[in-house]
Ligand binder design. Structure first.
Ligand code: GDP
Length: 142
């Protein structure tokens, strides 16, 4: 297994519920090293750009509304097999279908408001990290 970095977001619903610390605790307990961390409020343009791949989906408008309704925490996370491991820790997109103990089961509400984001491939992780972080705001490494 290779050491990897993935990109993650603590979404507005989880920030509203005061669960930033709880998500970070689970993240660190699961062996991830936080290599970049920033609190930000996404503009409509930034959210639309980030989710451009979903533009044709019927839920795109709802997704952008949700992601811009309050602040988020954006993160760079590192561990072996980080992309797949973070998606396992998050659980299924729909919290109702997510395994017990996963972040979305614990902190998500529904298929839209599901507490966390995680890159779906190493290639996209690199793109998403660069979308949100200057190189100087990420720990040097992988
Ligand atoms: P992910 O990789 O598990 O985050 O899932 P997707 O890439 O399929 O979807 C991206 C995000 O869009 C999800 O995390 C949800 O926040 C949102 N989303 C997905 N499906 C729906 C839906 O049916 N309705 C709404 N409102 N949002 C959705």
């Amino acid at each position: 297994m290779a050491l990897e970095r993935t990109f993650a977001i603590i979404k507005p619903d989880a920030v509203e519920k005061n669960t930033i610390g709880a998500v970070l605790a689970k993240t660190e307990e699961a062996g991830f090293k936080v290599r970049g961390l920033r609190f930000t409020h996404l503009s409509r343009a930034v959210a639309e750009g980030f989710y451009a791949v979903h533009k044709a989906r019927p839920f795109f408008g709802e997704l952008v509304e949700f992601m811009t309704r309050g602040p988020v925490v954006v993160m760079v996370l590192e561990r072996e097999d980080a992309v797949a491991q973070w998606r396992t820790l998050m659980g299924a997109t729909d919290p109702k279908k997510a395994d017990e103990g996963t972040l979305r089961k614990l902190f998500g509400a529904n298929v839209g408001e599901n507490a966390t984001h995680g890159s779906d491939s190493l290639e996209n992780a690199k793109i998403e990290i660069a979308y949100f972080f200057a190189a100087s705001d990420v720990a040097p490494g992988v």
